[in-house]
Ligand binder design. Structure first.
Ligand code: KIV
Length: 263
């Protein structure tokens, strides 16, 4: 995947596959997979660091995750999230954050929302950095949204999201994540835009889909949102492996002779 492939994927109706990734080991597995894009999402704050929201993660921490992912998957298209408020403190602070993530190895940056930052997005794009937009449920605004809830439920919200999606395209975004919006709205936006839309909880009609890797591997505990499909029962399999290891250690079955150094 290359930035130049996105328009042709949209034209040819070839769906784009994106997953989140935050570390070297998973990146090295994803490097061998048919996944198109690795998103170093600020969901790392929750998935990797155990916070309740994405707000606490810093640019430096994001850059560390990007470096690890780039080392694991040198050939993949890597998108890095600009963390909470890092692009709302003036153009030069925003550009420093963009610089850190790009120098860490990202191919593009993603930021949430568009209102009040149209000219910033244009400036980032004109500086040679591809930008992915993100509308609908924008987790960095969770305090203002009053929780992680579906957006675009009433006609005013739907109209706002339609015009914000167009504003993302006009500002130069090469693609747009639509998170937790009704399927019909995501379909309408996808149809109306020239750029690729990537959905999460946005139905079947977007140009691509994204999931958090740990969710799709079934590693996450607790109640998952309805849009999550675990493609394996990773948590159970990891626990089974750990039970087998503990049992073999306790019963003297590990290490076996072939796993020891003689002499
Ligand atoms: O940080 C993240 O994981 C994301 C996806 C939900 C799109 O932004």
């Amino acid at each position: 995947m290359n930035i130049l492939n996105f328009p042709e994927r949209k034209r040819n109706h070839e769906r784009v596959v994106m997953v989140t990734c935050y570390d070297f080991t998973m990146a090295s597995i994803l490097a061998e997979s048919p996944v198109d894009i690795l998103l170093v999402g600020d969901s790392a704050a929750m998935v990797m660091h155990g916070h309740d929201t994405t707000l606490p993660i810093s640019v430096e921490e994001m850059a560390m995750h990007v470096r690890a992912v780039r080392r694991g998957a040198p050939g993949k298209f890597v998108v890095a999230d600009l963390p909470f408020l890092s692009y709302r403190k003036g153009k030069s602070a925003a550009m420093e954050a963009v610089e850190q993530l790009m120098k860490a190895g990202a191919d593009a940056v993603k930021l949430e929302g568009i209102r009040g930052q149209e000219s910033l997005v244009r400036h980032i794009v004109d500086s040679g950095v591809p930008v992915m937009g993100h509308l609908g449920l924008t987790p960095q605004s969770v305090r203002q949204l009053g929780g992680f809830r579906v957006q675009g439920r009433n006609e005013d919200d739907r109209e706002r999201l339609r015009s914000e999606a167009l504003a993302c395209q006009q500002a130069g975004c090469f693609s747009l994540v639509l998170e937790c919006v009704p399927e019909s709205l995501a379909a309408e936006i996808t149809e109306s835009l020239d750029i690729v839309t990537i959905g999460i909880g946005a139905g079947i009609d977007t140009d691509g889909q994204v999931l958090v890797l740990q969710d799709l591997l079934g590693l996450t505990s607790g109640q998952a949102p309805r849009f999550v499909r675990p493609f394996m029962n990773g948590r159970k399999q990891v626990l089974e492996a750990l039970e087998a290891f503990a049992e073999d250690v306790r019963e003297g079955g590990f290490p076996a002779p072939a796993e020891r150094y003689a002499g």
